[in-house]
Write a protein that binds this ligand. Structure first.
Ligand SMILES: [Zn+2]
Length: 289
C-alpha cells in the first residue's frame, strides 16, 4: 500500500510517501506560503506518487471532528492566508483518496505510540516545546478531540516570584506557552536559547515551568508516558531538572512504579524527529480503514 503523509507546519510542509510498516520511501519539504501557491505543489507531489490514502498532521487550531461539515478546516490561525482554509477537503477532492486530519501534536503522539518507545501504551501525552507549546493526548488508545482538540500548551501556571517577565502569550500572558516557549525565553533574556546554554538559572526556571505543567497533566490525565519534544528540549541539561521538579510538585501524593522510575516515564522522543511524519503516515493507514 502506498500512503501519503503530510506534516503541515506554519513554516514548512513536509510531504512523504511510505507504507503501513512505517517505512518512508521518500520525502520533500516546501515552504508554507499561501494556499494558492502551496496547495497545487502538494497536489502535484501526491498525485504523481499515486497514493491510496493521505494522513495530515496540521498546525492548529484545526477542525478534527470527523463527520463535521468543516472537518479538516484550519480555523482562526494567526497565519491569515490559511484562516478558514479547507485543507483536508481540498486535498481530498483533488486527490480522490481517503484523508484523515489531526493536529500536528496528536500526529506526533500517534507516531510514538505506533512506531516508537510508547508502542503498546494506550495513555500517552506528547508535548512540543518550541516556537509554541502544544500537546497531543491519547486516552484509552484514542487521540482526544472533544469539543475541538486539547490546547494544553495554554494551561495556566503559577509564576515564579523570581521571574519578572510579563509573558509572551497574546491571550493569557503567563500561560505555559507564554512563560516557557522558545520566544518567551528569548524575550525574557534578550538572547537566543542556545546562547544561554551555560546559564544555570535560565534552565532552572524553564524546568520549573515545564515541571508544573507535567504535574498538572499527570494529575489530570494519568498518562502512562509523557514525551517532551521540540527545539527547547534539545537543551539536554533540561530533562533531569524537569524530572526532579515534577516529583517535587507532586510532593509524594502519587506513588506509582512509573514515578519511581521517572527517567523512563518523562522521556525525549524516540524517532529522531520523524514522529510527526510517521504519525501522519499512521493517520493514512487509519483513513484507508
Ligand atoms: Zn496562552
Amino acid at each position: 500500500m502506498i500512503l501519503g503523509a503530510l506534516e503541515a507546519g506554519g513554516t514548512k510542509m513536509v510531504m512523504a510517501v511510505g507504507n503501513e510498516e512505517g517505512e518512508i520511501f521518500e520525502r520533500k519539504s516546501i515552504p508554507t506560503e499561501t494556499p494558492e501557491k502551496t496547495i497545487p505543489a502538494m497536489i502535484d507531489y501526491f498525485r504523481e506518487k499515486r497514493i491510496e490514502a493521505l494522513g495530515i498532521g496540521a498546525f492548529g487550531p484545526v477542525d478534527v471532528r470527523e463527520g463535521s461539515k468543516t472537518y479538516g478546516r484550519i480555523l482562526d490561525t494567526p497565519k491569515i492566508a490559511w484562516r478558514q482554509y479547507d485543507l483536508g477537503k481540498n486535498l481530498q477532492e483533488a486527490l480522490q483518496v481517503p484523508v484523515k486530519v489531526d493536529t500536528d501534536v496528536n500526529a506526533s503522539c500517534l507516531g510514538e505510540m505506533t512506531f516508537g518507545d510508547a508502542k503498546g501504551l494506550k495513555n500517552v501525552i506528547y508535548i512540543t516545546i518550541g516556537t509554541g507549546i502544544g500537546a497531543g493526548v491519547a486516552v484509552n488508545g484514542g487521540l482526544i478531540h472533544g469539543m475541538l482538540h486539547p490546547e494544553a500548551g495554554h494551561i495556566l501556571l503559577r509564576k515564579s516570584p523570581k521571574d519578572s517577565y510579563e509573558g509572551k502569550c497574546p491571550y493569557h500572558k503567563t500561560c505555559f506557552e507564554g512563560l516557557a516557549s522558545g520566544p518567551a525565553i528569548e524575550e525574557r533574556y534578550g538572547k537566543k536559547a542556545w546562547e544561554l546554554a551555560e546559564d544555570k538559572e535560565v534552565w532552572e526556571l524553564e524546568a520549573d515551568y515545564i515541571a508544573q505543567a507535567m504535574a498538572n497533566y499527570i494529575l489530570a490525565f494519568s498518562p502512562e508516558r509523557i514525551i517532551l519534544g521540540g527545539g527547547v528540549m534539545h537543551q539536554t541539561q533540561l530533562l533531569p531538572i524537569v524530572h526532579e521538579k515534577t516529583l517535587d510538585y507532586l510532593a509524594g501524593y502519587l506513588n506509582t512504579p512509573q514515578l519511581t522510575n521517572i527517567e523512563s516515564y518523562i522521556t525525549l522522543p524516540s524517532l529522531e524527529d520523524n514522529q510527526g511524519i510517521l504519525g501522519a503516515l499512521q493517520l493514512a493507514v487509519m483513513a484507508k480503514g
